[in-house]
Design a protein around this ligand. Structure first.
Ligand SMILES: [Zn+2]
Length: 252
């Protein structure tokens, strides 16, 4: 080990931070080198002095408290007039962000809306009626046969109109189950397309504007008028189905 190395390692040696090999090497060097040996002694004295506190001055009594008081007063003077200080903003921002995320996700967390559920039920009801060859419980084009057929089967009397003259002949009627209740299904035909017109009491006096929606290739129209909810479902094109809806609305 040369002097340069020894000088850089003296501090570590003094603090017993060197590994045994390095310690032996530096000890060896210190024995044979007066300059480094003197340097080591100087280090020792300095280190000892720092440890025993001869160069350490104790802060005067009460200084700590005076500083704390001054800092508190300064902080108060600065933040008192501002109700919404930055520390508040820093705390509130992540909460606001979390609330925003939750609010955005709410519709997904809640699942489909009642209207969406009903839309699916109506489509299922329409598809089922065509699948099971169970389109009508009462097959008749006569509204005076179809309307009384519902008596005793439902707790309401659905408005039944034959629309044959307007190109939508009445085929018959059927009981179905939608929105957790038995409903009337009136079946109309347009060429080779069938239309299911589901009717049940809305449970409210307020009318609801006509809305249209498409699902799985079927067109749907629904509205509420005079205390009755109507859903028309068909694979008929939207324009012709709308024509049918207008006719029904004019009759009721
Ligand atoms: Zn040396």
């Amino acid at each position: 080990m040369d002097c340069k190395n020894a000088q850089t390692l003296i501090g570590g040696y003094l603090d017993r931070e060197l590994d045994p090999v390095q310690s032996l090497e530096i000890e060896d060097h210190l024995h044979g080198c007066t300059a480094c040996s003197q340097s080591y002694k100087d280090h020792q004295v300095l280190s000892e002095g720092l440890r025993t506190g001869s160069v350490y001055f104790k802060a005067p009594a009460g200084l700590e408290k005076r500083i704390q008081r001054a800092v508190r007063q300064a902080a108060k003077a600065e933040s008192a007039p501002r109700w919404l200080s930055w520390s508040w903003v820093r705390m509130a921002a992540p909460l606001a962000a979390a609330a925003l995320v939750l609010f955005t996700l709410m519709p997904f967390l809640r699942g489909p809306s009642t209207e969406e559920i009903l839309t699916r039920e109506v489509v299922s009801g329409h598809v089922r009626s065509l699948m099971a060859n169970h389109l009508a419980d009462v097959v008749s084009s006569d509204q005076h046969t179809v309307k009384p057929w519902f008596n005793g089967k439902l707790d309401f009397s659905p408005p039944v109109e034959d629309l044959a003259k307007q190109g939508f002949p009445l085929i018959g009627g059927r009981l179905d189950y939608l929105d957790n209740r038995p409903v009337a299904a009136l079946i109309y035909q347009r060429q080779k397309h069938f239309i299911n017109l589901f009717v049940w009491p809305s449970g409210s006096d307020s009318d609801v504007e006509t809305k249209t929606v498409s699902r799985q290739g079927y067109n749907l129209f629904h509205w509420t008028r005079s205390g009755m909810t109507y859903w028309a479902a068909s694979d008929l094109n939207n324009a012709e189905l709308q024509e049918f809806v207008q006719l029904v609305q004019n009759q009721t």
